[in-house]
Design a protein around this ligand. Structure first.
Ligand SMILES: Cc1cc2nc3c(=O)[nH]c(=O)nc-3n(C[C@H](O)[C@H](O)[C@H](O)COP(=O)(O)OP(=O)(O)OC[C@H]3O[C@@H](n4cnc5c(N)ncnc54)[C@H](O)[C@@H]3O)c2cc1C
Ligand code: SF4
Length: 339
C-alpha cells in the first residue's frame, strides 16, 4: 500500500475542505471494506485518506423514523455513516421497507455488514476483475480497451446499451432504494444538494469518472425515503449460499389498492453499469392484479433490450426468475419456491 496522510475531521464541512477537487489523490474512508482492498491492490493510491468515522453529526450517523400520522407526508432518514447491519436489523425499517432490509441482510457476511456503511455501499467501486488487477490498464484506468467485452465476462452486464465499459453496478441497496423513491442528500464545495437516487449513478468509461455522479469533494450525508405505504420486496439469485455479490437482483415496489398494483417500479441490480429500470415490465404490471402468471410475464418483459456478452447469457433467465419472485413476494403471495 502506498503511504498516505490520514485525517480525522469531526464535521462533514471539515471533511469536504480536506478533499481534493479531482479524483484519485484523496479518498474518503468509511468502513474501509472496499477502499482498503483497493489500496492494498494499488488500484487506489491516494495521498490523503479522510476518515468519516470521527464525524459527530446525528444526521450522518443515525436512522430516524418519524411518527407516521395518517394523511401526512413522512420521510425516513438514514445517515450515510450507518452500518449495513443496523439497517438490516432495524425493526421499523423491516416493516416499512423489506426490500431494503432484506437487501442489506444479504450483503457479504457479518463482518462486512458490521463495518460497511450506507454511503460506502452506494459509492463503492465496481468488482470487474480486470479493474481490480493492478497490472491491467483497461478503460477505467486510462487504457485503450475493455478487456471484459471479449474476455472473462460471466459476471458482467447484459444491458450495456452500447456502453464501452461493461461493469455491473455493485450496490445491492441501490435497486431497493430506487424502487422506494429514495433520494440522497450530499454536501460539497458549493453546499448541500439533494439527488434522486435514480439519477445518482452513471456508467463510467474513463479514469476521471466514478460509478456515481458526485464530484470528488462531495460527501453523501444521508438517504431520505418517502413513506408511501408501498408494497416492496427484493429478490436475489446467488451462487448457492455465499458471501459473494448476487448474480441478478430484482427490487420492486407498488401501491396495492382494490387488488390492483399501481405506481409500479421494477429495478434490476447486477445486470447493467447502473441499476436498470425494467420499463416494459413496469408497464405490463401497472393497473393489474398480481398473479403467478402475470409475474412470469413481467419477468419475460423485464429482459427486453438484454444483449448478453459471450459468457453471461444465463443472466437472462435469472432476470425472469428474480422479477417474478420479487413481485410475488411483494404482493404477499405464499412463495411456492420455498415449499
Ligand atoms: C466479501 C464481500 C462481499 C460483498 N457483497 C456485497 C453484496 O452482495 N452487495 C453489495 O452491495 N456490496 C457487497 N459488498 C461490498 C460492501 O457492501 C462494500 O464494501 C461496503 O458497503 C462499502 O462500505 P464502506 O463503508 O466499507 O466503504 P469504504 O470502503 O470506506 O468506501 C468505499 C468507497 O465509498 C466512498 N465513500 C464512503 N462513504 C462515502 C460517503 N458518505 N460519501 C461519498 N463517498 C463515500 C469512499 O471514498 C470509497 O471510494 C461486499 C464486500 C465484500 C468484501
Ligand atoms: S468492464 Fe470496465 S472495468 Fe472491466 S475491463 Fe472493461 S473497461 Fe475495465
Amino acid at each position: 500500500m502506498k503511504n498516505f496522510t490520514y485525517y480525522r475531521p469531526t464535521t462533514l464541512e471539515a471533511a469536504v475542505a480536506l478533499l481534493d477537487s479531482r479524483w484519485g489523490t484523496s479518498e474518503l474512508l468509511a468502513g474501509g471494506t472496499d477502499l482498503l482492498d483497493l489500496q492494498k491492490e494499488y488500484v487506489a493510491q491516494p495521498d490523503k485518506v479522510v476518515s468519516l468515522n470521527f464525524v459527530n453529526d446525528p444526521i450522518f450517523t443515525r436512522i430516524d423514523v418519524p411518527q407516521i400520522l395518517p394523511g401526512t407526508k413522512a420521510q425516513v432518514s438514514i445517515g450515510a455513516g450507518v452500518k449495513l447491519a443496523e439497517i438490516a436489523e432495524h425493526a421499523e425499517l423491516k416493516k416499512l421497507f423489506p426490500a431494503l432490509t432484506d437487501a442489506a441482510a444479504t450483503i457479504g457476511g457479518p463482518q462486512i455488514r458490521n463495518m460497511g456503511t450506507l454511503g460506502g455501499n452506494l459509492c463503492q467501486r465496481n468488482r470487474c476483475w480486470y479493474f481490480r488487477d493492478e497490472f491491467v490498464q483497461c478503460l477505467l484506468k486510462g487504457g485503450r480497451k475493455c478487456y471484459a467485452t471479449d474476455g472473462e465476462n460471466r459476471y458482467h452486464a447484459i444491458f450495456t446499451r452500447g456502453h464501452p465499459c461493461v461493469i455491473v453496478n455493485p450496490s445491492t441497496l441501490a435497486p431497493a432504494l430506487i424502487a422506494l423513491g429514495a433520494s440522497a442528500e450530499t454536501v460539497g464545495p458549493t453546499g448541500k444538494r439533494t439527488l434522486e437516487l435514480s439519477k445518482f449513478f452513471q456508467a463510467p468509461s474513463k479514469p476521471d469518472q466514478r460509478e456515481h455522479v458526485l464530484v470528488p469533494n462531495e460527501i453523501v450525508v444521508r438517504v431520505l425515503i418517502p413513506v408511501e405505504g408501498l408494497r416492496n420486496a427484493s429478490y436475489e439469485v446467488r451462487h448457492k449460499h455465499s458471501w459473494d455479490w448476487p448474480l441478478v437482483q430484482a427490487a420492486v415496489a407498488f401501491r396495492l389498492s382494490g387488488g390492483k398494483a399501481t405506481d409500479v417500479r421494477i429495478i434490476l441490480g447486477h445486470v447493467a453499469p447502473t441499476p436498470h429500470i425494467a420499463t416494459e415490465a413496469q408497464k405490463l404490471v401497472e393497473g393489474q392484479t398480481i398473479t403467478p402468471e402475470l409475474a412470469a410475464k413481467a419477468g419475460e418483459a423485464a429482459t427486453a433490450g438484454a444483449a448478453p456478452l459471450s459468457q453471461n447469457g444465463y443472466k437472462v433467465q435469472l432476470v425472469k426468475v428474480a422479477v417474478k419472485r420479487a413481485l410475488l413476494l411483494a404482493s404477499g403471495a405464499q412463495p411456492d419456491w420455498l415449499l
